[in-house]
Design a binder for this molecule. Structure first.
Ligand code: NAD
Ligand code: UPG
Length: 439
């Protein structure tokens, strides 16, 4: 099939690369000239294991192209995927300006019957709106079908998720369009679930909201564990053995971040509000997450009367490991507080530092080695569970003045850390207090 993908963010690029990998001819279009130039050179603008190599291979095979030229990009595709951003408006609702612009562009350029597939996460009713916009502005007498095909990839494992995902959801009004999209996806070998458009749009928001709920739930349990002397890891393991609960997304920590959960939970609250439904449970999930992102600061406060002049090492800046994405990362809230309160912040992240420099306070110093961050610091905060951190020999903390570790991601086993003269505080687990705190 000849496919055009509009938008080369995480979703657009992974969609383009994976569809070309299974044999389709794909042209990816973006309005961002610099990004397209980078892509044409075979360089992936995002850090995603396995993506760049697969991209290069398909470019070499002449199955994958990049352009900013809509005339070229929309030259006779059978299918056009919309994968542009749907960021958050000030009131939490989804901003559909980019999606609507693409609908107008499609109406302007398309010259044959085409299926338009929406990968972007959009509120219920948007696909029908896209069809209305296109039909109203069409220049040629052609037939357009819209299909909702929400994306479920996780950053950092996006390629694996494309080929080994749990399901592909296809929402369509037309059986013919639905079958064509099913055929296109067949080589992925992932189970397909076909439904109507509105339900497909809702499946995406409901899935993200449910996962966010699981995280806020276990974070609330972890806060209670800390107060009653239980260990949240033991609790999550014991809960997860029940197949009805499942053991995934029960890692307590300093809350969820990223480009999806924060904005999609707020958008679903808005979607409900628009039909006069108060989604109280999800509002609670969002509030709990806000509180949880500041947990590490509360712990810091319990230990230090003031952090003014203290050297604070921060390990991990990305919202999760294996990505350089800084969107809604807990490090934004945490480092802002540290700098604002006069701490000297030294940060380490293996891949996100280049993005962090544009987002975080300029007072922050970045280092390439964990040891450099730790050397002479008063306290270390672990914000992302990078393997480089999880695999550290805890004796490296002895490089600090008076080793105090506040671990927001439970990277170390308590039994392991107890062997060293290190004070260790984590999330929902008993603290390891090996020394008195002198302030
Ligand atoms: N990032 C994820 O992990 C993920 C996963 C599943 C679903 N989603 C959803 O997929 C959508 C895209 O997410 P993303 O993170 O890839 O977005 P992004 O903001 O990183 O990238 C969007 C890209 O679209 C381009 N663009 C904007 N307007 C355009 C236009 N008119 N024509 C051509 N290109 C245009 C931008 O230049 C940008 O490169 C969102 O709705 C998001 O909620 C994201
Ligand atoms: O047990 C857990 C699991 C995750 N997280 C946090 O939750 C956030 C999101 O993690 P993850 O879901 O792995 O990353 P995303 O790439 O944001 O993926 C989510 O958002 C995407 C965009 O909609 C969806 O496609 C995916 O299915 C959905 O998992 C991160 O901050 C994690 O640290 C936890 O705190 N505890």
């Amino acid at each position: 099939m000849k496919i055009s993908v509009v938008g080369t963010g995480y979703v657009g690029l992974v969609t383009g690369v994976s569809l070309s990998e299974i044999g389709h001819t794909v042209t990816c279009i973006d309005i961002d000239q610099a990004k397209i130039e980078t892509l044409k050179k075979g360089i992936s603008p995002i850090y995603e294991p396995g993506l760049e190599k697969m991209m290069l291979d398909n470019m070499d095979e002449n199955r994958l192209f990049f352009t900013t030229d809509f005339l070229k990009g929309f030259k006779n595709p059978d299918v056009i995927y919309i994968a542009v951003g749907t960021p958050e408006n000030e009131d939490g609702s989804a901003n559909l300006a980019f999606v609507e612009q693409v609908a107008l562009d499609i109406a302007h350029y398309v010259n044959k019957d085409t299926i338009v597939v929406t990968k972007s996460t959009v509120p219920v009713g948007t696909n029908h709106k896209i069809k209305q916009i296109i039909d109203f502005h069409l220049k040629m007498d052609v037939k357009i079908e819209v299909v909702s095909n929400p994306e479920f990839l996780k950053e950092g494992s996006a390629i694996r998720d494309s080929f080994q995902g749990d399901r592909i959801v296809i929402g369509a009004d037309s059986d013919e369009a639905s079958t064509i999209i099913e055929e296109i996806n067949k080589p992925f070998g992932v189970p397909v679930y076909k439904t109507d458009i509105r339900s497909a749009e809702m499946i995406k928001y409901a899935s993200n909201a449910f996962l966010a709920t699981k995280i806020s739930f276990i974070n609330e349990i972890s806060n209670i564990c800390e107060r009653v002397g239980a260990n949240v890891e033991e609790v999550a393991t014991g809960m997860g053995l029940d197949k009805r609960i499942g053991n995934q997304f029960l890692n307590a920590g300093i809350g969820y971040g990223g480009s999806c959960f924060p904005k999609d939970t707020k958008a679903l609250i808005q979607i409900a509000g628009n039909v006069h439904y108060d989604f109280e449970l999800l509002k609670g999930v969002v509030e709990v997450n806000k509180k949880q992102q500041r947990l590490i600061l509360d712990k810091l406060h319990d230990l230090f009367m003031s952090i003014h002049g203290k050297k604070v090492a921060v390990l991990g800046l990305a919202f999760k490991p294996d990505t350089d994405d800084m969107r809604e990362a807990a490090s934004i809230v945490v480092t802002e507080y540290l700098v604002e309160n006069g701490a000297e912040v030294v940060a380490w992240d293996p891949v996100a530092a280049h993005n962090a420099k544009h987002i975080l306070r300029e007072e922050i110093k970045y280092v390439d080695a964990i040891e450099e961050a730790l050397g002479g610091s008063d306290v270390v905060l672990i914000l992302t569970e990078w393997n480089q951190v999880k695999n550290l020999d805890p004796k490296v903390f002895l490089l600090m003045n008076d080793p105090i570790v506040i671990d927001g991601r439970n990277c170390f086993k308590l039994g392991e850390i107890q062997k060293y003269n290190v004070e260790y505080h984590s999330v929902g687990r008993p603290s390891v207090l090996r020394r008195k705190v002198f302030l």
